[in-house]
Design a binder for this molecule. Sequence first.
Ligand SMILES: Cc1cc2nc3c(=O)[nH]c(=O)nc-3n(C[C@H](O)[C@H](O)[C@H](O)COP(=O)(O)OP(=O)(O)OC[C@H]3O[C@@H](n4cnc5c(N)ncnc54)[C@H](O)[C@@H]3O)c2cc1C
Length: 403
Amino acid sequence: MAVVSAYSDKTDEQKAITEMVRQFADEQILPNAEHYDHEDEYPEPIVEQMKELGLFGVTIPEEYGGMGLDLTTYTMIVEELSRGWISISGIVNTHFIGSYLLMKFGTEDQKQRFLPRMATGEIRASFSLSEPEVGSDVQGIKSTARKLDDGAWEINGQKMWVTNGLMSGLCFVLVKTDTTADPAYKGMTCFIAEKEPGVGENTGEWAGFTVPPKIKKMGYKGVESTELIFDGYRCPAQNILGGEEDGVGQGFVQMMDALEVGRVNVAARGVGIAQRALELALRYAQERKTFGRQIAQHQAIQFKLADMATQIDAARLMTLRAARMKDAGERSDLEAGMAKLFASETGKECVEQSFRIHGGYGYSKEYEIERLYRDAPLLLIGEGTSEIQRMVIGKKLLARHKI
Ligand SMILES: Cc1cc2nc3c(=O)[nH]c(=O)nc-3n(C[C@H](O)[C@H](O)[C@H](O)COP(=O)(O)OP(=O)(O)OC[C@H]3O[C@@H](n4cnc5c(N)ncnc54)[C@H](O)[C@@H]3O)c2cc1C
């Protein structure tokens, strides 16, 4: 068995897989990102290649057709994909959260029905908490589900900002099944809502599940973010995550658990985009000359590069530490929150510094940094804003150091 000696070291398997993904990013993602970003078009050919590489089944156990790799290896892969384009990691991200929910809380029947097809990428997953009036305050959601006489459940309500909302075939959707519950989280349940991928108006057994046209965004293009409208959508009881008996009322706890690993995943995305920003800055700083020498020779520019590299190193170490603690079965909620906060802010900061180093050309669409500048802010928002991370970190700190 390979042994790692430091937080940044990789096993032979991790080296092989991250090198493979880096090559994929260099050859398939980076040369095509500009086109898909400009057109805001779903990068179908890239997704097809990701299926072939098995990237949708990285963390799914081998018995269900996946690779069975740990969170640490997954974060290394996400860093490489995000270095290429964070929209590509966005296509994998919600799928990863969906498969985590199934692996951790799903019944055996649910695992058998969904995981093998998820491992190949044949069906992909989204997850939906946010609503038009609610993001951070998840317990304030208004969507509901009620049990019908025939035993099925009917979902009604409107969801917002669902990444992969159109192209997914499964949506893990959080709704209230008891609107009077106090505290509210005890009345929340997660449903596995099935639908036709790529179809706006579902019919037949999935009637009542509508995906309106995608939301127009400043960045994070290619991957769609949509509303979802549930209007009398019937969901069989067997699609309650964890089963009807054990799953009703457990949705909030299940989703918060998934968001914890999701935070490590977002942290890895921050490291990936920051790494790319540094690479672009290092190159440009040695190409551009002012006052008779490369701008890289000006101390002010070197200081920017030094700060970026230092922040990226720290963000990567924090991210890997949180992932390794989780893999080792240790409690890592505090570390995951810290990694998400620091790495996403590092992503934004490094992109900003690289943009400045590019001078006027950073403002031109001819240069890749312009896309990164529009993409990076998303990481400050998704899976808990920086303010919410600080709240989480503060609460966990006090809980761990109670006097
Ligand atoms: C591109 C994109 C993709 C997304 N994908 C998904 C997805 O796939 N699934 C999903 O469910 N959601 C998704 N989201 C939604 C995202 O999780 C929310 O936008 C986020 O949680 C913030 O919620 P909000 O936008 O409603 O902001 P609000 O909750 O309204 O917050 C507004 C501001 O107030 C601050 N704030 C809120 N409460 C406090 C407080 N107590 N103390 C201090 N400050 C506070 C926030 O930090 C923020 O700055 C996505 C969002 C975007 C932009």
